[in-house]
Write a protein of this length. Sequence first.
Length: 202
Amino acid sequence: MFVVLEGLDGAGTTTQLGLLSERLTSEGLDHLTTREPTGRLVGRTIRQILAGKLLRPDGSSFDAETLALLFATDRLDHLTHLIEPALAHGKWVISDRYVHSSLAYQGMEVDRHWVAKINAQARPADLVIWLDLDPEACMERVAARGGERDIFETAEKLKLFAEGYAQSFALRSDPWVKVSGEGSREAVAARIWAAVSAARPS
Ligand code: TYD
């Protein structure tokens, strides 16, 4: 089963992916835990761009179209080298972000139908969990976390991308469910496990 966690920066996808992984382990389910951008060549390049550390030779920032294409490239590489082989071995795959991140984020900066098109080769997930938390709460968590912020971690952008998520699900056929990201880590993890259990083929 291929499960994806989606949500704004600060919504808790990374924490919840860890808790979901622990749960799968305790259930004896062999799985691959992964994320986008990946740690592979294109994914690492994207992270440098997001951190503001990689600019064009003339010193300008990369445009949103180029970034959308890089995310789509990283995704196909992710599928070919990590996701598909794990699924073929009968493992579960749980990913922190996938196509809906591109639809929600890049889709608010360039034509979202074009973003859907360049990601059309990316197979549907079996379940996409949209971890929903309002952008103000996400921003507070991002601020509390400290450290360096990426170029998308501003209150204004997160508000825009929240709208992007709301519009992204109609563009794909992947089954999805919205789970509230409010409350304790354990409470959210229990909601996620309930959603995964309900979607799991018997
Ligand atoms: P994030 O997942 O928060 O990773 P980290 O924990 O290293 O900060 O950061 C990835 C950022 O990339 C996040 O702001 C969402 C963005 N993103 C897109 O804009 N489009 C995409 O397709 C993906 C996968 C991520």
